[in-house]
Design a protein. Structure first.
Length: 292
């Protein structure tokens, strides 16, 4: 499945879990980490297990606690046998954390009778300064790596920043730089890049602007923290009819096999053809999955 939207759901809230079942998000992230108080994590794990026993239209992911913590391994023991699509990995200092997880998961998958490495991993790869400096290490992707995302809030706290946005609501330079590095690292690893969340869930225009900017730059999807954010995100990462029509014209312009072509008075070369094919492939994949 193409993951245009991944919606966080606090795993200790029965009401929010029930509501999430009707969400049009491509993926749900059952959160056992930041949105759950430590004293509620036993309950959250139990509710997550029950949720995973049902069939869902969405891919179901689980955000575990940081690798190396007692809560992390309690999370793994609770949810792996229920076969989530993948795990969101918070605050890793680099790919080494995913290698540690991989070793534990192989054991747990074997015990549960699951196919080896059937559970994927999606790290939030920028939440510590060391993590940012380790982004280039994803060039040799660790096993199970499905995508890379990034986070601004924990990084801001880690570097002592008072805020991560300017007076216009745009990310400050340091966070723009980290965001760009995540996109490059994901492409170097051969996986999708997932845009971080838009924290002000009432700011619909800001969300739409952020999502469409991310799509133009090469991100394939975006995190959501409120159900109302899902539709604008899905729209931003779905090729429009105009996009598909233009891409079709570009491909047709190269039908004769030439290395260059022209369309509407503009010269086209091979990167334009590659981009057009990517648009058509994405549109077709979404059509097959019933989203178009």
């Amino acid at each position: 499945m193409i993951l245009r939207s991944l919606l966080f759901v606090p795993a200790d809230s029965e009401r929010k879990l029930a509501k999430s079942k009707s969400s049009t998000a491509d993926g749900l992230i059952l959160d056992l980490e930041d949105s759950v108080a430590p004293e509620n994590r036993v309950k959250a794990r139990s509710l997550t297990r029950e949720f995973l026993k049902d069939r869902h239209r969405q891919e179901i992911w689980v955000r575990i606690n940081p690798v190396g913590s007692d809560d992390c391994f309690a999370d793994l023991k609770a949810v792996v046998e229920c076969a989530p699509a993948g795990l969101i990995v918070p605050k890793p200092d680099g790919p080494q954390a995913l290698l540690i997880l991989d070793a534990h998961l192989i054991t747990l998958e074997t015990q549960a009778g699951l196919a080896t490495r059937s559970i994927k991993l999606l790290p939030v790869a920028t939440e510590t300064p060391t993590a940012v400096l380790s982004l280039q290490d994803y060039r040799n992707p660790p096993p199970r790596l499905a995508a890379l995302s990034w986070g601004a809030e924990d990084l801001s706290a880690a570097i002592g920043a008072v805020t991560n946005r300017d007076e216009k609501g745009e990310f400050l330079f340091i966070h723009q730089m980290v965001r760009a590095l995540v996109l490059i690292a994901a492409k170097a690893a051969g996986v999708d890049a997932i845009e971080t969340l838009h924290a002000d869930f009432r700011d619909v225009k800001g969300l739409e602007r952020a999502a469409r900017s991310a799509q133009r730059e090469g991100f394939c999807g975006m995190l959501a923290i409120h159900p109302d954010q899902v539709e604008p995100i899905n729209a931003a990462f779905t090729p429009s009819a105009a996009d598909v029509a233009h891409a079709g014209k570009v491909v047709a312009a190269f039908a004769a096999g030439a290395g260059v072509a022209s369309l509407d008075g503009k010269m086209l070369d091979q990167p334009h053809l590659k981009q057009a094919r990517q648009v058509l492939e994405r549109a077709e994949a979404l059509r097959r999955s019933g989203e178009r």
